[in-house]
Design a protein around this ligand. Structure first.
Ligand code: PLP
Length: 371
């Protein structure tokens, strides 16, 4: 190499897209502390603390609760490949782009897959889900709780109970909900849930917290076939994150420091206070966006406070608008995915970034861009 690249010095940005959001300064600070070995007694204690806090944040007593060493998609894959065997009837209820990811992941397991769609921006009602369960009789029903592509919140509070009436397990994607809006795994009878580190938990991307209910663990134990993924096979990872702490893979030490601090921040603030903060800042952002003439994609009755997906007004260029926000104001927002490519902007005010200064900054910059 003729000349070495210079020392890394990224331009500061305000990350107000669908994720990653900015990591909390306290999280960044613990990430520069010395490494421990992944079997060091001190690190094993850190793992236990992280799991204990994760259970509180997921509102569960599920023993099998830990962060998968990879991003949210690995959490999705872990939940689906561990609970599905070839030939199993499985139903995915899709309300947007991340629902299509579930279809793809579940489809690769060789299951007998049924897919039900709602128009993007919409959600399923409990009656619709009951009819789907009656008709398809799945062993697993999968849906996204907070659909990041549309800003819609799928109410799952009664869905777990309903699934159990039909002998199905409920798998839910909580990637954009955990740490921002209520997630109550035990009260809602969710069997398997996964999330991420880079949104409501104010950490960098790289960890995917998951949790399996005792029902889901029973299904895992009664499998007749091997889990199709070696890395994500919970029957073996369990011994590392379970009692034995037996080597499975080298844990990403620094990311677990980060997650531990992110979870401490959530619990210090209190879940209810945190959810209320997200609603408060959403209301301020919504007032401003509507004053700028922007229209939300999801109806108010099922709208996410932390992920604001709005239609791009006629005459405004998607890419040029976002480029201006980034280069002139240092603010990142997200474009549309799938059906909404070129048609939507997605503004995330999640975790550490759910603050009035973030709301005011993005509104001021957007006013300039839309002028
Ligand atoms: N599910 C949802 C709802 C998401 O928003 C995302 C990412 O934003 C994912 C899954 C995938 O997570 P990751 O990009 O961390 O792998």
């Amino acid at each position: 190499m003729a000349t070495l690249p210079g020392q890394l010095s990224p331009t500061p940005r305000l990350l107000l897209g669908p994720g990653p959001s900015d990591a909390h300064p306290r999280v960044l600070s613990v990430m520069s502390t010395p490494l421990l070995g992944h079997l060091d007694p001190q690190f094993l204690e850190i793992m236990t603390e992280t799991q204990t806090m994760l259970r509180e944040v997921f509102r569960t007593k599920n023993q099998l609760t830990f962060p998968v060493s990879a991003t949210g998609m690995a959490g999705m894959e872990t939940c689906l490949v561990n609970l599905i065997e070839p030939g199993d009837p499985v139903t995915v209820c899709c309300i947007g782009y991340f629902g299509t990811r579930m279809i793809d992941v579940a489809g690769r397991t060789g299951c007998n897959l049924t897919v039900k769609h709602k128009p993007w921006g919409d959600v399923f009602t409990l009656d619709e889900l009951r009819d789907i369960l009656k008709e398809t009789r799945p062993k697993v029903l999968a849906l996204v709780h907070a659909e990041t592509s549309t800003g819609a919140l799928q109410d799952i509070s009664e869905v777990g109970k309903l699934c159990h009436e039909y002998d199905a397990l409920l798998v839910t994607d909580c990637v954009t909900s955990l740490g921002c809006t209520p997630v109550e795994l035990d009260a809602w009878e969710v069997d398997a849930a996964f999330s991420c580190s880079q949104k409501g938990l104010s950490c960098p991307p790289g960890m995917s917290p998951i949790s399996f209910s005792p029902r889901a663990v029973d299904k895992l134990k009664s499998r007749k076939t091997k889990v199709q993924s070696w890395y994500l096979d919970l029957t073996s990872i369990q011994s590392y994150w379970g009692g034995d702490r037996a080597y499975h893979h080298t844990a990403p030490i620094t990311m677990i420091y980060a997650l531990r601090e992110g979870l401490r921040l959530v619990l210090e603030e209190g879940l209810e206070a945190r959810w209320a903060r997200h609603v408060r800042n959403h209301k301020a952002l919504k007032a401003g966006l509507e004053a700028l003439g922007l229209e939300y994609i999801a109806a108010e009755a099922h709208r996410l406070p932390q992920l604001n997906a709005v239609k791009i007004p006629a005459g405004i260029d998607d890419v040029a608008g976002r480029k201006k926000l980034l280069t002139e104001f240092g603010i990142e927002i997200g474009g549309g995915l799938g059906d909404f490519k070129g048609k939507a902007w997605r503004i995330g005010i999640m975790g550490y970034n759910s603050r009035p200064i973030c709301v005011l900054s993005v509104l001021a910059a957007m006013e300039h861009v839309l002028r």
